[in-house]
Design a protein around this ligand. Structure first.
Ligand code: PEP
Length: 251
């Protein structure tokens, strides 16, 4: 299975910066021969830049293209929302759902995350379903139970290795520079794999990403853990050098 190296640009970049970033990433992949044999690259820009980035991505066919969220509704009076159907029409292959910033700032529940993931799957795209414990839950010894409950409650009907990816992102590690230990990542990823195998016929083949302050200098250790099948990257995805440096660390 190829590693998925996914960049979540969040609400960052001017339009000009976004154009420069995607051009740098495309050039960087071109000059790093062999990287694409091991890794699939994905960028998830903000909705407003998607047409521009899609144009650049489609011209080169080196990267996948995704969104950071979607509505749990098909259409109608939902001001400001964007449906999975619209994203599909806009060329999206992946949609991140249940990111901790959505769960935290927009009070998204597991039920809502599942409903969003369901729309993504129903529209023939791949849902990147984020799970992860807070610092409080980890210090209470509830990390594993929290993650497994999120998994049970967020995986949609009809899920398989083509239409879902799981991203384990400890909330306390996102954007903080704090990284989970390799032992902790190993423990959680092994448990996620086990749970996926129990829940789904091809649970063994579903990619499980780690996210939370992944940088080129820690990526080698993280991506070498057996059930880590890629990374979801925030801060370090905003520079082509660090984004691709993470992929280079994947053996
Ligand atoms: C994220 O937001 O998904 C993330 C992992 O961010 P960062 O890499 O900046 O910690």
């Amino acid at each position: 299975m190829k590693m998925l190296i996914a960049g979540n640009w969040k609400m960052n970049c001017s339009l000009e910066d976004a154009k420069l970033l995607i051009a740098d990433i495309i050039n960087g992949i071109h000059v790093r021969e062999g990287l694409r044999d091991r890794c699939e690259f994905l960028v998830c820009p903000s909705f407003i830049y998607m047409p521009t980035i899609r144009h650049a991505v489609l011209n080169h066919n080196l990267l996948s293209f995704g969104a950071q969220d979607c509505s749990d509704q098909d259409n109608g009076a939902f001001t400001g929302d964007i449906s999975a159907t619209m994203l599909k029409e806009s060329g999206c292959q992946y949609v991140i759902v249940g990111h901790s910033e959505r769960r935290g700032y927009h009070a998204e529940s597991n039920a809502l995350v599942k409903a969003k993931a369901q729309k993504v799957v129903n529209n023939a795209m791949c849902a990147i379903i984020c799970v992860g414990e807070t610092e409080q839950q980890r210090s209470n010894g509830e990390a594993l139970a929290t993650v497994l409950k999120q998994l049970e409650e967020c995986v949609p009907e009809g899920a398989d290795s083509k239409n879902i990816v799981i991203a384990y992102e400890p909330v306390w590690a996102i954007g903080t520079g704090k990284v989970a230990t390799t032992a902790d990542i190993d423990e959680i990823h092994t448990a996620i794999r086990q749970k996926l195998k129990e829940m789904l016929a091809d649970g063994a083949n579903i990619r499980i990403l780690y996210g939370g302050s992944v940088k080129p200098d820690n990526a080698g250790d993280i991506l070498n853990i057996p059930d880590v099948n890629g990374a979801l990257i925030g801060g370090a995805s905003l520079q082509a050098q660090s984004f691709l440096g993470i992929a280079e660390a994947a053996q």
